[in-house]
Write a protein that binds this ligand. Structure first.
Ligand code: ZN
Length: 321
């Protein structure tokens, strides 16, 4: 593998307060794929055309954004009273939102889904098997409550197993995102060979060691070799990998590898800064500690100047509104 990871721990400067992805580029270019509805953030084009703003947005990249986003699948959506089917519909909607632009019609084809084997969405969608799976997860959560000395039957906890089950399904919806659908038609031939940088992309993920959140921002850059990807797709790629059980190093690498594979650019750089609740809430208890990881491929790896330019872009904060 061609990975190069520099993992370091930097001081405070928590990720809070910089919601909203922003973009800077080496020159001006019409934003390919123009219209931008990045999850949890907005993207400005390299030339500064597409209005950014809205950084007050909660910064929840998972924010279930509005209607339009591919009216969803799932049998008996909402009206069946079948919780398993409702859950499946909710997850499918999330997945569709990551895969498609607002207003863009989702594809019909359900292609092979990348990543580790996970139960298909159909598996979640009702049926006795699904009901049994739900029951198992919920029984397990209930058992945790008992083990920590709680009374799972007291009113506040009665719905907790079901809520926790639902939450984990949503927070790991990235396993079900189909990268082909995500990229769908958003790679364009362009005669542009300067660095494209999308930074301050907010994300939330779950540490696979503790199932606790880690969250922060990602900065992604590449140097095109005849092809570019729609700017709004980059936050979605981050989202696809963040909504899984992760370690920060792998998340960083997967984003870089994905762009390298799909775009075959001259190089890719990804830097992620994140706060890990498993470090903050327990153990070292140093609130504000931010971990930084980087993955650099191609020119970003071989050329010091390119790498320096990338990091300089990341340093540059957007002007205050
Ligand atoms: Zn952890």
């Amino acid at each position: 593998m061609t990975d190069e990871r520099a993992t370091s721990t930097a001081a405070p400067a928590g990720p809070t307060g910089k919601a909203g992805a922003s973009v800077s580029g080496g020159g001006s270019v019409a934003a390919p794929g123009g219209s931008v509805a990045a999850p949890g953030g907005s993207v400005a084009a390299p030339g500064g055309s597409v209005g950014g703003g809205a950084s007050g947005a909660s910064g929840d990249p998972g924010g279930v954004a509005s209607a339009g986003a591919g009216a969803s699948v799932g049998p008996g959506r909402g009206d069946s009273g079948d919780p398993a089917a409702e859950q499946a519909a909710r997850i499918q909607q999330l997945v569709t939102e990551i895969e498609t632009e607002i207003g863009e019609a989702p594809l019909d084809v359900v292609a092979e889904i990348e990543g580790d084997a996970v139960p298909s969405i159909e598996g979640l969608a009702g049926g006795r098997q699904a009901a049994e799976e739900n029951a198992r997860v919920e029984a397990a959560v209930r058992q945790i409550l008992v083990e920590i000395g709680e009374d799972p039957d007291r009113p506040g906890l009665r719905g907790t197993p079901e809520r926790v089950h639902r939450m984990y399904a949503e927070l790991t919806a990235g396993y079900r995102v189909d990268p082909d659908r995500l990229v769908n038609g958003a790679i364009f031939p362009v005669d542009y060979s300067e660095m494209v940088v999308v930074k301050d992309i907010p994300f939330y993920s779950l540490c696979e060691h503790h199932l606790l959140p880690f969250f922060g921002t990602a900065g992604v850059a590449y140097i095109p070799k005849g092809r570019v990807i729609g700017l709004s797709k980059i936050p979605r790629i981050v989202e696809m990998y963040a909504r899984r059980l992760q370690v920060q190093e792998r998340l960083t690498q997967q984003i870089a590898d994905f762009l390298m594979e799909r775009l075959e650019p001259k190089g890719v750089g990804v830097v992620i800064e994140a706060t890990h609740l498993c470090a903050v809430m327990r153990g070292v208890r140093k609130p504000g500690t931010v971990m930084t990881t980087a993955a650099v491929l191609g020119l970003f790896r071989s050329n010091d100047k390119t790498r320096a330019e990338f990091f300089a872009h990341l340093e540059r904060r957007p002007p205050a509104p």
